[in-house]
Design a protein around this ligand. Structure first.
Ligand SMILES: [Zn+2]
Ligand SMILES: [Zn+2]
Ligand SMILES: [Zn+2]
Length: 175
């Protein structure tokens, strides 16, 4: 995956620092080309204030014209951070999908069917939320022991109560 924020086709503002005379050799040298921060065009990504450098700003697609190692290092570090973040998000999504896959599979097992039955029996098939409507679903109070639940981890509920339980968080349990 190409890291965002460092693409060669993206418009960047660069800073050509003023030419200067080498203090010892007296040679006339070109100032370094820095990359300006996107959120603050008065500063370079290597942390300098452009007013202290002297020179001029120019716009450029890509950052390959920069001659400042500090700017390059900083951009590379940003790109690594973005990439690490993207990888982490992908991993989270995979873990989520994997969790749901196992969860759905567990709901098909005789062990779950037996626990579910016992919870409904404990509640006399009446909702433990309202004690009015017939219990139609079994809700997890915790997933800590998923697959080997204690019966007190589970409650028998009617459709309306189950929906109410999940409303604040947007819903997790599908039973
Ligand atoms: Zn720089
Ligand atoms: Zn109810
Ligand atoms: Zn639930």
């Amino acid at each position: 995956m190409r890291p965002a924020g460092n693409g060669q086709d993206r418009m960047h503002y660069l800073w050509q620092a003023a030419s200067y005379t080498h203090p010892v050799t007296g040679a006339r040298l070109r100032g370094k080309i820095h990359v300006l921060r996107h959120d603050d065009l008065a500063r370079t990504v290597c942390g300098r204030q452009i007013t202290a450098l002297g020179g001029h700003t120019f716009a450029q697609h890509g950052v390959e014209h920069s001659s400042c190692q500090g700017c390059q290092n900083s951009l590379a570090a940003d790109a690594r951070r973005v990439e690490a973040m993207a990888q982490w998000r992908i991993k989270q999504e995979e873990d989520d999908r994997e969790w749901w896959r196992r969860y759905e599979a567990y709901l098909q097992t005789p062990q779950w069917q037996l626990r579910r039955r016992r919870v409904l029996e404990r509640a006399d098939f009446r909702c433990e939320g309202c004690r009015q409507a017939p219990a139609t679903q079994v809700h997890h109070l915790t997933y800590k022991r998923l697959g080997h639940e204690m019966l007190f981890d589970l409650v028998a509920v009617c459709d309306a109560c189950h929906e109410a339980i999940h409303r604040p968080q947007g819903g997790v349990c599908t039973t």
